[in-house]
Design a protein around this ligand. Structure first.
Ligand code: E4P
Length: 230
């Protein structure tokens, strides 16, 4: 079970990296388009790689296989953590197969069906990315598809299953329970995962109980130390 962060925003990644729960990052052309026009892609990707210290997916923009190969090799040359995202298609599978044979890790993206995961995995992809929210948009439940993919891929291949396109916390929970290896989570959902009003209420109750007696009982050593330093 791992969480990646689904963003190209440095401030978000910098903060999330400090929490110790983020094992990698995924970007895509739409996420990069949210970052304005004045950044250098190589510098941005290197900064992300340094912050997360794990796989960083960067998606190719070319659509013709030979050009995709050139673009993918360029990205992979930037940093050993880079995983090249290849959109799902048969010509994409050709590119995936070639890159993986050359030791370049790939992430086949845009998956909404089990058949696509089978092809990507057989082509040798290190990762496949199911799009939970977009699968739900089609009117079907994505969880059984992810569960079937986990059964097949985990038993017979080394491909890891990423689930992205997260729309709410249940999407994360259901994907993990279905057997996904990695969920790529937008920054805002990390905050939601940590927060619960009942937790806040409970901690407040404990702290105000202590505050009422603090001046009458001998403070615990650590608190006394901090009070003396203040
Ligand atoms: C995954 O790698 C994608 O970046 C992402 O999760 C796409 O999700 P969307 O449906 O929010 O665009």
């Amino acid at each position: 079970m791992q969480l990646f962060i689904d963003t190209a925003n440095i401030a978000e990644i910098r903060e999330a990296a400090c929490w110790g729960v983020v094992a990698g990052a995924t970007t895509n052309p739409k996420l990069l388009s949210h970052e304005g026009t004045s950044f250098d892609l190589r510098e941005r990707v290197l900064a992300i790689a340094d912050l997360v210290g794990g796989p960083v997916s960067v998606e190719v923009l070319c659509e013709e296989p030979d050009q995709m190969l050139i673009e993918a090799r360029l990205y992979a040359s930037w940093h050993p953590s880079i995983v090249v995202k290849i959109p799902m298609s048969l010509s994409g599978m050709k590119v995936v197969n070639r890159l993986e044979q050359d030791g370049i890790r790939t992430n086949v993206t845009g998956l909404v069906a089990l058949n696509q995961a089978v092809l990507a995995s057989l082509a040798g992809a290190s990762f496949v990315s199911f799009f939970f929210g977009r699968m739900s948009d089609l009117g079907a439940d994505p969880a059984p598809v992810i569960q079937d993919a986990a059964v097949l891929l985990h038993a017979q291949t080394r491909t890891q299953i990423i689930v992205g396109s997260i729309r709410n916390l249940m999407d994360i929970n259901r994907s993990l329970l279905a057997g996904a290896d990695i969920i790529t989570v937008p920054y805002a959902f990390f905050k939601q995962m940590a927060h619960h009003p009942k937790t806040v209420e409970t901690i407040q109750e404990f702290n105000s109980a202590w505050a009422k007696v603090r001046n009458e009982v001998r403070a615990i050593p650590a608190e006394r130390l901090l009070l003396e330093r203040a």
